[in-house]
Design a protein around this ligand. Structure first.
Ligand SMILES: Nc1ncnc2c1ncn2[C@@H]1O[C@H](COP(=O)(O)OP(=O)(O)O)[C@@H](O)[C@H]1O
Ligand SMILES: [Mg+2]
Length: 341
């Protein structure tokens, strides 16, 4: 549950008009295009969309982890009141380790195979809190690991001795031991088998409840995210097309893309063989994205305006945002920045 102040959710992170471009030999790839949304304190925000729509790029962009030939080409990320796009490298290192941590599909790529679990945790503490005594850091590591449901004898294990689910919990723990405010989990459960995946997803909820941390859960698996998220964000071709309370978006999807996506959720609760709905047509090439609304070539409701101008992300009902001309009057829209293609 996100924390509230005067009945309103408390905002941790404000993402404003964020764009990420990869400069490739074939031209610039507009992988994230002026995306704006908030992350509330203590919420689980699900981020879904087809492969290649820019989910990972957005996650990395929030942490300024885009490697060349990519760059954050526009926008702000105001985190706890400060725009991290203005931070210098020293501030960024602190931000990445201490405030926000990102975990990926394969934890082995982030864990050092010749370092024991306790050494990983102690090192994380010492890097960000240099004066900490070793005994004190070890005690914190013990307490942390128990809170994550792992026996403390596992502290002397090497990463390969742990199960996949445990490894991901250790990764999450490396952020939590420094009291991270936000964990970005990018397909973090995808490589696990179905049972372990379901358990880890459940544990994400417990971790959020216990530590009060916000979680941005990036996944292509909409059925999975439905089990834990408070809100759902849907991306299509580099843009956020819908955002709202998860129950509301499921009951009343507004964007034609979301409607297509939801019409095809597998009926069995969790079934890894089922992929997201395969919509007619192909996702666009982001080197030459369609003009106007990027979904218009595949949209069953496309109107002439849709191929000419970009809609704005409009609030349609309480906290339910949609990026679609069906919900806005072109006559009333100004010709400002937001309506550029
Ligand atoms: N390093 C890169 N160089 C060039 N293009 C990239 C790079 N990384 C991602 N892209 C492109 O950016 C778009 C979004 O990719 P990505 O963020 O990985 O999507 P998702 O995580 O939703 O599958 C895709 O078109 C992809 O081809
Ligand atoms: Mg990805």
């Amino acid at each position: 549950m996100s924390s509230e102040k005067n009945g309103k959710p408390e905002v941790l992170s404000e993402v404003r008009e964020l764009s990420v471009t990869y400069h490739t030999r074939l031209g610039p790839v507009s992988a994230v295009d002026r995306v704006s949304f908030d992350i509330y304190k203590g919420e689980i925000l699900g981020l879904v969309g087809e492969s290649g729509c820019g989910k990972s790029t957005l996650g990395k962009g929030l942490m300024r982890m885009i490697a060349p030939p990519g760059e954050v080409s526009h926008g702000q990320h105001i985190f706890d009141g400060e725009d991290i796009m203005q931070y210098n490298e020293r501030q960024m290192r602190d931000f990445r380790g201490r405030r926000v941590s990102m975990i990926f599909q394969d934890p082995m790529t982030s864990l050092n195979p010749v370092q024991r679990v306790d050494e990983h945790i102690i090192e994380a503490i010492k890097v960000h809190e240099p004066g900490t005594k070793k005994a004190n850091a070890l005690e914190r590591a013990k307490q942390l690991i128990e809170r994550l449901g792992i026996q403390d004898r596992r502290l002397s294990d090497y990463p390969h001795q742990l199960s996949g689910g445990m490894r991901q919990r250790v990764m999450i723990g490396l952020g939590l031991v420094l009291n991270a405010d936000l964990i970005i989990a990018d397909e973090a459960t995808t490589s696990l088998d179905v049972i372990v995946e379901a358990k880890l997803v459940d544990q994400l909820k417990q971790i959020r409840d216990e530590f009060g941390v916000s979680i941005l859960m990036i996944t292509h698996n909409i059925a999975l995210v439905a089990q834990v998220a408070d809100r759902l964000a849907v991306m299509y071709a580099g843009r956020m097309v819908e955002l709202g309370d998860i129950k509301e978006v499921f009951a009343n999807p507004k964007h034609p893309y979301t409607q297509g996506l939801l019409s095809c959720i597998p009926t069995t609760k969790i079934d890894k063989t089922e992929e997201l709905y395969k919509m007619p047509g192909e996702p666009p090439n982001l080197t030459h994205p369609p003009k106007g609304c990027r979904f218009h070539p595949r949209c069953p409701h496309a109107m002439p305006i849709c191929s000419q101008k970009r809609p704005t992300l409009k609030e349609e009902g309480d906290g339910h945002f949609v990026h679609c001309w069906l919900y806005q009057d072109p006559e009333l829209e100004d010709e400002g920045l937001n309506n550029e293609v």
